[in-house]
Design a protein around this ligand. Structure first.
Ligand SMILES: N[C@@H](CCC(=O)N[C@@H](CS)C(=O)NCC(=O)O)C(=O)O
Length: 216
């Protein structure tokens, strides 16, 4: 098996990949890298990943970035874990479309809450940026709600898509967004928290979070 070094920041979108690594039963070295401390922007980190982002998986010395790509790699490398649906070309593509939408349609909207100044630097614009972000986030959460209504997991069996949407639910909780319109999504988050692999990933991230203050 390849040697894996996994770079993540506690609570960031890298949690989706973290959960997949645990679900796959992969053996990996966790490398907590704190975005809030600028650790993805150091010369050393940028030399590996010029995008300055987590997640990053270093596989036998080769760098792989982007949740979508890492999940696809893990799915191929640990087929028994069935991280993505297999066997039906259309279903496989639909799962990839969902994961790609999480990365390109959901995540960028949430980034507006975490860094409103990166979207508009006019004076006193923060509230407006967040108000627009809330509208867009609610539309996305509505689509996610539909995707988990009448079933436990987005694609019937558990998949990486479930790990990804779980991250956005944790962000909604942290941001104090009104999620009362999405009861099935809330139940999905509860089901996620019952999975041992999710518990292991969350415990490691909590440990890393607690260590953050001591980090340089
Ligand atoms: N499209 C990327 C998004 C990665 C991303 O934006 N990661 C954020 C954390 S959620 C990050 O590393 N931010 C640090 C920074 O921009 O300095 C993916 O899906 O992997």
């Amino acid at each position: 098996m390849a040697k894996l070094d996994f770079y993540f920041s506690p609570g960031a979108c890298s949690l989706a990949t973290h959960i997949c690594l645990e679900e796959a039963g992969a053996s990996f070295t966790p490398k907590p890298t704190y975005t809030r401390k600028g650790q993805t922007r150091t010369p050393e980190y940028l030399a590996l990943n010029p995008k300055g982002k987590v997640p990053m998986l270093v596989i036998d010395g080769k760098v792989l970035t982007e949740n979508t790509a890492i999940m696809t790699y893990l799915n191929r490398s640990y087929p028994a874990a069935k991280l993505l649906p297999a066997g039906d070309a259309l279903l496989e593509a639909e799962a990839l479309a969902f994961v790609a939408w999480c990365a390109s349609g959901v995540h960028p909207v949430m980034s507006r809450f975490f860094g409103p100044q990166n979207f508009c630097d006019l004076p006193d614009s923060t509230d407006n940026v967040k108000a627009l972000a809330t509208k867009a986030a609610m539309a996305n959460y509505g689509l996610i709600e539909k995707a988990v209504t009448g079933k436990d997991w987005v694609f019937g069996a558990w998949s990486a898509a479930d790990a990804y949407i779980f991250v956005f639910h944790t962000w909604a909780t942290k941001l104090g967004l009104d999620m009362s319109g999405f009861p099935n999504y809330a139940k999905h988050a509860e089901r996620m928290q019952q999975r041992p692999a999710v518990q292991r990933a969350l415990a490691r991230e909590a440990e890393a979070f607690a260590a953050m203050d001591k980090a340089a």
